[in-house]
Design a protein around this ligand. Structure first.
Ligand code: BGC
Length: 923
């Protein structure tokens, strides 16, 4: 195998998510410099966002939720009140006139999920807003900088655009029906703007994928728009400010239109699952300086033409013939005689605004190594398994056909290992037009790869012929973790890369083979880890609507969403409850619970109806069990019942969170009944659980299914089994995410540490030891003894087994929410257990939380950053209270530090916001 890379290299960077060595980040960025820049008094409101997004255009939430972060260098700082001004223009806001909303001084410590409560908002409304906050002494801070949001088109009648598609008509260049239905088309219309332009806004979407262009320039920086949804029910439109692209006089608007998820190949669904021919919808609204408005919409006047993209498909790749390029196809002046009239289409799905960060190009990767595997066959190693496309740079005679093949791994003979791609051939072709340097990258496909094979050129390609272009949903990076073991740092890097590469419009299982689906079980086990690595609130806000769309009338959640059918598997279906609950816990988002509670309730009602005496004996759909567990078979019925309990418990808590107390009581009572049934059926008087598997214990302990007296016994059996397996895990997708937290909470952090640092098979570090740069689907995707696992199921980029990332942040870093949205924080780091230091940072919705600990023998240093306007319970590992100092002073004398209690091996303190520098002696 040729994939070895030095795991000691540790930290890699993933674009947009630049990975600074954490020591530097924490030490300089947060612990020292960050706070030093802040004023000692007065609160600054920063990071203003609307519906989780920074200055979003075209949102359709009638009452958007606003959030900000208050910053202060002072310990124990709090916001005691806030005032929000929202104005219809920047000038009014500047004059402190909130003509849309002046909240007045609101006595409140909340800074997130603040519901806009001003004048009713109408379509296209521009809202400029700012906020100020009063500190703990009642002093108001300065007004924040101005932020904005803009409303989208709130009703169907706001659209005068028609769906158009490239069908019918006919000429030499535009045959009556595309020869090959996988061929993207060019669409266009020219128009005149007869005055100077104040503003231009484009609303656009497609059934399929589009790239919009105005006057020869690309609109926006999104790729693969619109997001994947269940197009039978809804499609999301994007809003772009295109003022800078327009001018008085002749203009042209154009688009490339491709199949994408709508009518290309999708895993399980095959070809043309949602529809046969893609369609485009666009409405350009221009406001002239004198206030007059003009609309240019997709209509019968648009024309279409075959494009140089001969075919494009997520699974198959993209073919491009540069000789077929039509010069100035997206410019006003063009001879349209070879262009055919478009066909108008009627579509009835609902049109809704995009609500999350778009997919973007995140970064570029240069190859680390090039080899000529056989004459004329060049293999590039990018050094990182990534998701995206290759940018090709070549100079070759016209007609030269360059072929790019992609793979995650190499065969022992150095050739590409592509068997695991199954039917996803993932091949791009580029036919040169000749005459100089040509730069090309596919637009409507993506691949999962580390290696690229280039053939078709005479002679050796230039050193910059191949560049990896990484794409992903542009969820802002929120977490950094680094510790004293470079292998764990590589593991964390692998988790981030697998998250990046699989959060493409929806959370997918894998990015390379012919699957790439929104598998629920995978998302359900990984979501908590995902929230540490990135701000995924908006991303899940969108996907959870797809999840509801896929629910059957009787309440069955589909196993994949957007749904291609089938559903109801334990854990996979339960993700329909686990995911909204997690978003509530992490971001304090009650609206997501309110939006999804009907679906969550329907699911548990379905489970009750399809169980016997609360045991999930039947109707478990395509039950996958503890998928890909290793040498341990946990009863599927037991797993089903445990997840039934988990969902019911979370539904009860969700009802409570939104004030639906009667229902909360009903489901809480059900939860108790499921627990009783679980114990009766599966748990012995000695605490042994049927099957004695790690997953059975992990689920029972995590979901609180055991009576208190049996919990330590169950934890002991769990530990015994790990020991009996030579400090190895045996869990699959389901057990794995709970294993380390459950062990630690049961007082067995040492065992958790040994599991985490284990590098013989099966373990998290086994792939790392063998050069993995992403998380593998299987514990044994490749082994020195057997080589590759069966190619039918052998992805090297699957985040599920990376759900241990939660433990890096929440366990070793010790950063966990004590109340929804991290308004109250629990800092409870696991120190030692094989590591000598760990630096962890998490940008919560309430501000940046950080911990940094270093162990030297029995001396511990623990630095903690608690953001303004939050409180933290800090568990300082220590012999006793007297063994702790803070900033060199006995902890009893430290400002803003309150002693709560002493536990075995740690002292529990309560602190307000600020930076704390503890030192302690351990036992
Ligand atoms: C996917 C998984 C998914 C599973 C269901 C696989 O093919 O890749 O990640 O959860 O099917 O068992």
């Amino acid at each position: 195998m040729k994939t070895k890379s030095d795991p000691k290299n540790g930290r890699r960077s993933i674009g947009g998510w630049l990975f600074h060595p954490l020591a530097a980040c924490l030490g300089l960025g947060v612990l020292a410099g960050g706070c030093a820049r802040l004023p000692a008094t007065g609160l600054q409101c920063e990071n203003l966002r609307s519906e989780y997004l920074k200055d979003p255009l075209g949102i359709d939430a009638a009452s958007p939720r606003l959030s900000w972060i208050v910053a202060s260098g002072r310990r124990g700082e709090k916001q005691t009140a806030y005032q929000i001004l929202a104005a219809s223009s920047a000038e009014l806001l500047d004059r402190n006139s909130g003509d849309l909303w002046d909240s007045g001084r609101v006595a409140s410590g909340e800074t997130a999920q603040i519901v806009y409560s001003g004048k009713a908002l109408i379509s296209r409304q521009c809202c400029f807003w700012k906020v100020r906050a009063w500190d703990r002494d009642g002093h108001p801070g300065d007004w924040s900088h101005a932020a904005r949001w803009e409303m989208g088109l709130l009703a169907p009648q706001e659209w005068s655009a028609h769906w158009i598609s490239a069908e019918g008509g006919g000429s030499a260049a535009a045959p009556a029906l595309p020869k090959d239905l996988a061929a993207p088309q060019m669409l266009r219309k020219s128009f005149v703007l007869n005055s100077t332009i104040r503003r231009g806004v484009l609303y656009a979407t497609a059934l399929g994928l589009y790239d919009a262009r105005i006057n020869g320039q690309r609109v926006g920086d999104h790729v693969l728009e619109p997001d994947w949804t269940d197009y039978r029910k809804r499609v999301r439109y994007q809003t772009y400010d295109v003022t800078a692209l327009l001018h008085r006089g002749d203009n042209a608007i154009a688009a490339l239109l491709a199949n994408g998820w709508y009518s290309g190949h999708i895993g399980n669904g095959g070809f043309q699952f949602f529809g046969k021919v893609p369609a485009f919808l666009a409405q350009l609204e221009v406001t002239y300086s004198d206030g007059r408005t003009e609309r240019i919409v997709t209509d019968a006047a648009w024309k279409w033409h075959a494009s140089p993209i001969l075919s494009s498909d997520f699974m198959l790749g993209e073919d491009y013939d540069a000789r077929l390029e039509v010069n100035n196809w997206d410019q006003p002046a063009l001879d349209e005689s070879q262009w055919a009239a478009v066909k108008l289409r009627f579509e009835s799905m609902s049109l809704e605004a995009q609500v999350m960060e778009p997919v973007r190009q995140i970064r570029e990767i240069k190859p680390q190594k090039t080899t000529e595997s056989k004459p004329g066959c060049w293999i590039y190693d990018l050094g990182q398994n990534m998701v995206g496309v290759v940018r090709l740079k070549v100079s070759a005679p016209a007609g030269t056909k360059v072929t790019l093949r992609h793979a995650e791994m190499l065969n022992p003979d150095g050739s590409l290992y592509t068997q695991n791609l199954r039917a996803a051939t993932s091949v791009d072709h580029y036919i040169c037009k000749g005459g100089g340097l040509e730069i090309w990258q596919p637009r409507f496909t993506f691949h999962g790869f580390r290696y690229v094979e280039l053939t078709g050129l005479a002679g050796q390609p230039a050193s910059d012929a191949v560049t990896g272009i990484v794409i992903g949903s542009d969820t802002p990076r929120t977490g950094e973790f680094a510790c004293s073991d470079a292998r764990i740092n590589q593991l964390q890097s692998n988790i981030q890369w697998s998250q990046r590469g699989n959060f493409i419009s929806i959370p997918t299982d894998c990015p390379q083979r012919d699957e790439r689906l929104g598998w629920m079980g995978d998302a359900g086990v990984f979501i908590r880890t995902a929230t540490y690595n990135a701000d995924v609130a908006a991303f899940f806000t969108k996907w959870l609507v797809d999840v509801d769309d896929g629910q059957s009338a009787e309440g069955v959640f589909s196993d994949v969403n957007p749904s291609t059918g089938g559903g109801g598997a334990p854990a996979w279906g339960d993700a329909g409850v686990i995911c909204p609950w997690t978003i509530y816990e992490v971001y304090g988002d009650k609206r997501i619970l309110e939006r999804h509670l009907p679906a969550m309730i329907k699911w548990v009602e379905y489970l009750k109806l399809h169980s016997n005496g609360f045991i999930r004996e039947k109707d478990r759909g395509n039950d996958y069990g503890d998928w890909l567990s290793i040498g341990a078979d946990t009863s599927k019925e037991l797993i089903g019942t445990a997840f039934f309990a988990c969902s019911t418990d979370l539904v009860a808590r969700s009802c409570k969170a939104v004030g639906r107390m009667e229902e909360a009581a009903k489901y809480e009572a059900w939860f108790q009944e499921i627990k009783a049934a679980f114990n009766k059926r599966y748990v012995g008087a000695d605490g042994r659980i049927q099957g004695n598997t790690q997953t059975a214990y992990a689920l029972a302990l995590k979901f609180d299914l055991l009576p208190g007296e049996l919990q330590p016994k169950a934890a002991q059996y769990l530990e015994d089994d790990i020991r009996a397996k030579g400090e190895h895990l045996s869990t699959g997708f389901l057990g794995v995410s709970y294993l380390l937290p459950v062990l630690t909470q049961s007082g067995k952090a040492g065992t958790a540490g040994r599991l985490l640092l284990q590098d013989t098979f099966p373990s998290w570090l086994f792939p790392v030891k063998h050069g993995a740069t992403t998380i593998w689907e299987r514990w044994d995707g490749w082994t020195p003894e057997k080589g590759f696992q069966s190619p039918g199921m052998n992805s090297f980029n699957h985040y599920s087994l990376g759900s241990c990332g939660e433990y890096l942040f929440g366990g070793i870093g010790g950063i966990r929410p004590a109340s929804p949205g991290f308004k109250d924080i629990l800092i409870d780091p696991v120190v030692g257990t094989g590591l000598t230091w760990a630096d962890t940072r998490y940008d919560s919705i309430n501000g940046t939380i950080a911990t940094s600990w270093k162990l030297d023998g029995t001396s511990l240093q623990l630095k903690v950053v608690v953001p303004a306007n939050t409180t933290a319970t800090v568990c300082v590992p220590a012999r006793d209270r007297a063994a702790i100092t803070e900033s060199g002073k006995p902890v009893a004398k430290a400002a803003e530090v309150k002693f709560v209690r002493q536990e075995k091996g740690k002292v529990v303190l309560e602190v307000g916001s600020g930076t704390y520098d503890f030192a302690s002696k351990l036992e």
